[in-house]
Design a protein around this ligand. Sequence first.
Ligand code: KG4
Ligand code: ZN
Length: 375
Amino acid sequence: MGRSPTLLTVRVLGIETSCDETAAAVVAETGVAERPWMLASNVVASQGAIHREWGGVVPELASRQHVRDICGVVEAALECASLTLDAIDGVAVTQGPGLVGSLLVGVAFAKSLAFARGIPIIPTHHLAGHIESLTLAHGELPRPAVILVVSGGHTSLYLVSEPGVYQLIGRTRDDAAGEAYDKVAKLLGLPYPGGPVVDRLAQQGNDRAIDFPVTRLTHADRNAPANTAAGILPPDIARRTDFSFSGLKTAVLHHVRKQSPDGSPLPDDHVADICASFQRVVVTALLDRTFEAARWLNARSVGLAGGVSANTRLRADAEARGRKLYLPVFVPPLSLSTDNAAMIAAAGLRRFRAGHVGTLDFNAEASLSLHNADG
Ligand code: KG4
Ligand code: ZN
């Protein structure tokens, strides 16, 4: 059986299987309010090589691989932390959003483990995990904090005024930024996942070589989820904190077709120029909105999280903007930017301390929302 959950500091095993990484990690409380958690281990088994062959994630293959990997990954996380299951006080697992077949593997595993050990289960939101990766790495951020979660599935802006309360103030109306990176990479004939490859090639290109269009959202969002920026930002500003990347992706497609009507590969230096010019527009759009929201909300810090926050230019430009405005900018280390279970354990600890322990009847939810929720 696990230790008593009334212990002064608890240790949580995190499990994350929302997409194509099977991940487990152990995070422990420190007992120090400003830096509440410490990482004991962080293990990720990536399925990148399996999906690369197909140019993107194949859901059925992802679920099957999670089943193969989950036991070994959890064992490795315990071993790296030099702990046995006796030392674990709770299990936090990604409940959603994500691929439902993938989520189900982690959820079923975590429920079984929690039931067998008689310890609490903590269903956790994937984006709360990305947000809390910042607290895990840097301690509590100065609040209010404006946090951009930018990944393959999401591009959302959150206001955090209270620990563990995430208010949605902007989101993409179409593609996520990471999805745009991956699709642009694909149409340039680059391997999956495209983000890191475009990032690398962009460093050799001229970011002004091609004038790709900057999306301006002039109309209100008819499909806006309830309670987004309404009431938090003035309506005209709220409209400007939404994102859109599908037009840019189409512009890159038209450019490539024009340059190579017969579909033959473009010269390497031209590919690098396309990557750099595309990336300049994406990074500018992300940071303009983030810093505009931060200004309106008198934010005391800005955070970037999620897979795209690994991007070299996004990090450098965000830090440069922050320095100019005397506004601290926080970014997780690379190991906590892309999907991992340490962030799930951290967000789970936050929920555990807020009294949100789950019962064994919760289910995986592919489109679980975090809108104005308490995580
Ligand atoms: O957070 P994440 O691991 O998974 C999701 O929750 O979606 O993010 C994966 C996304 C992919 O689209 C990948 O191409 C992108 O993050 N990515 C990057 C970089 N590293 C990963 N995008 C741009 N530059 C990078 N260096
Ligand atoms: Zn993610």
